[in-house]
Design a protein around this ligand. Structure first.
Ligand code: C2E
Ligand code: MG
Ligand code: MG
Ligand code: MG
Length: 272
């Protein structure tokens, strides 16, 4: 094999990787610009209290309003932002925006904000949250932070200390996407979460599959035993609503109850 051939083979494999890297570098620059110019938005999706049959709060979900591509969902830019560290200013912006928005809602209405594992590196997340609450004048009890078990993946003492500091402040902590990871039960033992959010994949399948229904029912029962909230994600139709009710979930969230929408469209639900 000649050197030219070898180089050709190398390029054959390297070209897609280089293109991917280029795409990420460009995306990162565009996203930084978007954050600076107000092109990143928060949309809000209602979380229903099934006992009171009314929304008890809203989850803030990030979107990027792109001039050509329209609304870009977080799955397309949050992972890149996590790799580059841009998630730190982006996440802080989202938290401050969400707290300021929630401060205009009726007092009973909570706001949930997703936190990335990257925001826990360095141990300053609790101070960042405290500053955001103070700037917005929002009571800590009205803020809920959603983390996935990847935050606790390494049973890191510093991460647990941050979570405890947040909880001591009065902020609620929810375990998001429950059931999709590897060792969910051990996380429930490691930290006293206020809420378990049952991943939408279980909720969707539980309508037709008895085994998935058994899982949803068991997680709801587990939450009840622990004295915490069980929220069903992905409630897309009346059949899901009936199922999560019957399974003992205490909260529900999904397109059937309300899609994520810009703040300006929430008036009817918040009563504001
Ligand atoms: P998540 O926190 O589990 O949020 C729920 C996702 O399910 C949202 O997707 C929501 O739009 C979608 N959803 C709600 N109801 C239904 C339904 O009935 N059916 C279906 N098929 N989907 C439903 P979205 O907004 O695309 O967000 C995806 C993920 O991106 C979120 O999952 C969260 O992990 C992450 N994310 C969103 N905003 C932020 C943020 O501000 N910071 C960080 N770090 N992550 C965020
Ligand atoms: Mg969430
Ligand atoms: Mg979730
Ligand atoms: Mg998710």
């Amino acid at each position: 094999r000649t050197r030219a051939e070898a180089r050709g083979r190398w390029r054959f494999f390297a070209a897609p990787m280089a293109a991917e890297l280029e795409r990420r570098v460009a995306l990162q620059a565009d996203l930084r610009e978007a954050l600076a110019t107000g092109a990143v938005e928060l949309h809000y999706q209602p979380i229903f209290d099934l006992r009171q049959n009314r929304p008890s709060g809203f989850e803030a979900l990030m979107r990027w309003r792109h001039p050509r591509r329209g609304l870009i969902p977080p799955a397309e830019f949050v992972p890149v932002a996590e790799e580059t560290g841009l998630i730190l200013p982006l996440g802080e912006w989202a938290l401050r925006r969400a707290c300021a928005d929630a401060a205009t809602w009726p007092a009973g209405m909570k706001v949930s904000v997703n936190l990335s594992p990257v925001q826990f590196v360095g141990g300053e997340v609790a101070q960042m949250v405290r500053a955001a609450l103070e700037a917005a004048g929002l009571a800590p009890e009205r803020l809920e932070l959603e983390i996935t078990e990847s935050v606790l993946l390494h049973h890191n003492e510093a991460v647990l200390a941050s979570l405890q500091a947040l909880r001591a402040m009065g902020v609620r902590i929810a375990l998001d996407d429950f059931g999709t990871g590897y060792a969910s039960l051990s996380y429930l033992r490691a930290f006293p979460f206020d809420k378990i959010k049952i991943d939408q994949s279980f909720v969707r399948d539980a309508v037709a599959r008895p085994d998935c229904l058994a899982i949803v029912r068991s997680v709801a029962g587990l939450a009840a035993e622990l004295g915490i909230t069980a929220t069903a994600e992905g409630v897309e139709g009346p059949e899901h609503m009936a199922m999560v009710h019957g399974a003992g979930c205490t909260e529900a969230q999904g397109y059937h109850l309300g899609r994520p929408a810009p703040l300006a469209e929430l008036g009817r639900l918040t009563g504001a």
